[in-house]
Design a binder for this molecule. Structure first.
Ligand code: ZN
Length: 147
């Protein structure tokens, strides 16, 4: 049984009790642009904070409660997939389109695509679902919950 981010209960509809319009202030424009340079790999929150120039406590206090895609390994450590974070940040100013089951963010197409020929690959304490983009054939990765 594979469970992916989308199966983790999260408030994805913005129903966080925040004032309307507050959502776009989750991240500065500069930090969002830097997020587009994140690599197709898993980052620790401290690494994301350094890459984006934000406070680590902002990740725990605001971003994760707001539905930022992340994954917990068996030790309870949080890992963040670069392209998925970048895609999520772009949705903050647009309509939110979370990745559906069986989808991954394709770096080449620059949008979510369906994973084909997927297999599970161990990455440290984490499991990745690795396959190919159904549109362009590029390799795509998505974190899955380690069991
Ligand atoms: Zn693609």
């Amino acid at each position: 049984m594979i469970s992916v981010y989308a199966n983790i209960p999260q408030k994805r509809d913005g129903s966080l009790g925040m004032a309307a319009g507050a959502r776009h202030k989750l991240m500065s424009r500069e930090a969002k642009l830097r997020a587009n340079g994140l690599l197709d790999m898993l980052y620790k929150p401290s690494e994301i904070a350094r890459e984006l120039g934000i406070e680590k406590r902002h990740i725990y206090g605001r971003l994760i409660p707001s539905g930022m895609p992340h994954n917990k390994d068996r030790n309870g450590s949080i890992w963040i997939h670069g392209p998925e974070l970048a895609a999520w940040l772009r949705t903050l100013t647009k309509k939110r389109v979370p990745l559906a089951d069986g989808e991954a963010y394709c770096m080449r197409c620059r949008k979510p695509s369906r994973i084909v020929d997927s297999k599970r690959v161990r990455h440290g304490a984490l499991m990745l679902l690795r396959g190919k983009c159904n549109k362009c054939g590029a390799t795509v990765n998505r974190g899955v919950k380690a069991r």
